[in-house]
Design a protein around this ligand. Structure first.
Ligand SMILES: N[C@@H](CCC(=O)N[C@@H](CS)C(=O)NCC(=O)O)C(=O)O
Length: 200
């Protein structure tokens, strides 16, 4: 079993979320950049790790983890000294998990549907995110006061901050003051600044 983290990345992808998370942790990791143009994310070797042929993926202690939100949660727990997740017996873990899952399960599909101007569905009540408006209103309430856990920055903020930054950039997210303020706070994180400089 190897303790090193191998990070499969492409700078123009959701790999940036994990890159930011790794930089927040400050632990060593080995980056393997896969070229989309050369189809390096669709080789049999990579599909054996990530059957979706998508980026990001990490391998740590011989275990494969995919899905950016899951990778953030996993890494925060694997390196508890970084203080990026409330421990299992901390009641604030409920808040942390709630908004991390909300971002991956509701915010992301809502923004994608908006970006691609997908036509309305017959039964909006069957949509996990309900409506774009309702999702944004809930997100706004969660991020307006500070970080997701108030004063404490956590892995949930890495994921949510990435969604907000990406949504504001692509215009999939309305530029409400709460989102712009949150993005401005994220921009002050040295770890994110290092990622932006590296992933140009
Ligand atoms: N649900 C995945 C999505 C990952 C994803 O869609 N990655 C895109 C880049 S942002 C990708 O690898 N696209 C290449 C492809 O599908 O061929 C996650 O959250 O990690």
């Amino acid at each position: 079993m190897t303790d090193s983290i191998v990070f499969f990345h492409n700078p123009m992808s959701r790999g940036r979320i994990v890159h930011w998370m790794l930089e927040e942790l400050g632990v060593p990791y080995e980056t393997r950049i896969l070229s989309f143009e050369k189809g390096e994310h669709k080789t049999p070797e990579y599909l054996a790790l990530n059957p979706m042929g998508k980026i990001p993926t990490i391998v740590h202690r011989d275990v494969v983890i995919t899905e950016a939100a899951a990778i953030c949660a996993y890494l925060a727990d694997a390196f508890p000294d970084a203080g990026l997740a409330p421990r299992a017996d901390d009641p604030r873990r409920g808040t942390y998990l709630r908004w991390l899952f909300f971002a991956a399960g509701c915010v992301e599909p809502a923004l994608i549907d908006k970006m691609f101007a997908r036509p309305p569905v017959d039964r909006p009540s069957a949509l996990g995110y309900g409506s774009y408006e309702a999702t944004l209103n809930a997100l706004e309430q969660a991020v307006a006061p500070g970080w997701i856990l108030g004063a404490q920055f956590s892995a949930a903020d890495v994921y949510i901050g990435s969604e907000i930054n990406w949504g504001l950039m692509t215009k999939g997210l309305e530029p409400r003051p709460a989102f712009q303020g949150y993005a401005a706070r994220c921009a002050e994180r040295p770890a994110l600044q290092r990622v932006i400089a590296a992933d140009r």
